[in-house]
Write a protein that binds this ligand. Structure first.
Ligand code: NAD
Length: 359
């Protein structure tokens, strides 16, 4: 028999997941299952209208809307939202939006233990992870705690139809990056790996259709299913070099989150390729490509996402600083960090050269 299974630990995360077109109509009923009637509803300014729509599912004057969620969860904004939640006497948090709205919801849950209903509108995956990143005094800190895992997640495909093609593509590659790193994680396990391969395949087959026909409900539904699976991988195993680099780039140079992931993932897969042959075989299979690296690079080109860190606003002098910060703290990765190789990889990514193996 050409099959083997190593010993492993696996901790599935307990969230209730509701999936389907129009299912945001169930938000108040899901809140009621948690014994909640007085929510604070979190959105970004652009998506305030969605928060207003959700408020209509509750009795008049029982909900409180906070529309100032911001990327990277700034501490000052969390304090304002907490003040509003306290004043309104809320009993749960409902986030409707991308990772920024869900991040603020988690920050409130961290301080209050209030239950959460998350209704994602991008492919970032935060809704199914026990991870929270918060920015205070210019420094972003991330922690894992079950306190921030939303109790209920509602995937309503209709909410993703308005996500512009370019953001959909970058956000989808952000999701794929979670699954890629899950496949070579130190704590990888057969269940998460199954989910990862299926998640990559679902996104890789649907995203090209999403960008050519952004209102295709079928393509959007498959992309959202893939995003859920990839987010689940992020939630259940540890991430490696790719997430470390993107965290440093986002935090130090304020680069856009999803686009930074989209530029870097093929480069980091190339960096790790020789040290993680099983993961690479799985990624290549999911992408129906000759190799993981070529498949990721070709997908990014097909999706027309930015190819160069310089186009995202990173200064060239930032390469040295990034290498220094990435080398500073230990994290798990199949290939040990090597300053010289990292610099070569980042120079290539800064210019926008294709990903290539680095000795
Ligand atoms: P985002 O939430 O910042 O959204 C980007 C922009 O797109 C916003 O202006 C938003 O209003 C708009 N938008 C969102 N959905 C839309 C839609 N359907 N139609 C039209 N516009 C829409 O972006 P993101 O990439 O989803 O999230 C990034 C944030 O999430 C970062 O802070 C990142 O650190 C965090 N994140 C956290 C985790 C975790 O597990 N903790 C995982 C992934 C991302």
């Amino acid at each position: 028999m050409n099959r083997s299974i190593h010993s492993f630990s696996y901790s599935p995360l307990a969230s209730r997941v509701i999936f389907g077109a129009g299912r945001r109509a169930d938000i108040a009923a899901e809140a009621a299952r948690l014994d909640c009637k007085r929510p604070i509803i979190i959105t970004t300014r652009d998506q305030r209208y969605l928060g207003e729509e959700v408020a209509q599912q509750f009795e008049p004057a029982t909900s409180s809307l906070f529309d100032d969620a911001t990327m990277h969860t700034p501490w000052e904004i969390t304090q304002r939202a907490l003040g509003q939640a306290k004043e309104a006497g809320v009993d749960c948090v409902i986030a409707i939006g991308g990772g920024s709205a869900i991040g603020l919801s988690k920050a409130i849950a961290l301080q209050t233990d209030l239950p959460q209903v998350a209704v994602p509108t991008t492919y970032a995956g935060s809704e199914v992870t026990p991870i929270i990143g918060e920015t205070r005094n210019g420094e972003k800190r991330t922690q894992r705690t079950l306190k921030v895992l939303p109790e209920v997640v509602i995937y309503d495909v209709d909410l993703t139809l308005s996500l512009p093609a370019s953001i959909s593509a970058a956000s989808g590659l952000n999701a794929i990056a979670h699954a890629v790193e899950a496949l070579y994680a130190q704590d990888e396990n057969p269940v998460t790996s199954l989910i990862a391969e299926e998640g990559i395949a679902a996104l890789a087959t649907s995203l090209p259709d999403v960008i050519t026909a952004p209102s295709s409900v079928n393509a959007r539904r498959i992309a959202q299913y893939g995003a859920w699976l990839c987010g689940t991988c992020l939630g259940t195993v540890g991430m490696g070099l790719h997430h470390k680099i993107c965290h440093v780039l986002g935090g130090t140079f304020n680069l856009p989150h999803a686009q930074t992931h989209a530029v870097m993932i093929a480069h980091v897969a190339s960096y790790n390729a020789q040290a993680a042959p099983h993961a690479m075989a799985s990624i290549a299979r999911a992408l129906e490509a000759d190799s993981a690296c070529a498949g990721l690079y070709d997908l990014a080109r097909e999706l027309r996402v930015p190819q160069a860190l310089k186009d995202l606003g990173m200064p060239e002098e930032g390469i040295d600083r990034t290498v220094e910060l990435v080398m500073k703290n230990a994290y798990s990765n199949p290939r040990s960090p090597d300053a010289k190789a990292l610099r070569i990889m980042l120079e290539r990514a800064w210019i926008g050269f294709p990903a290539a193996p680095i000795e």
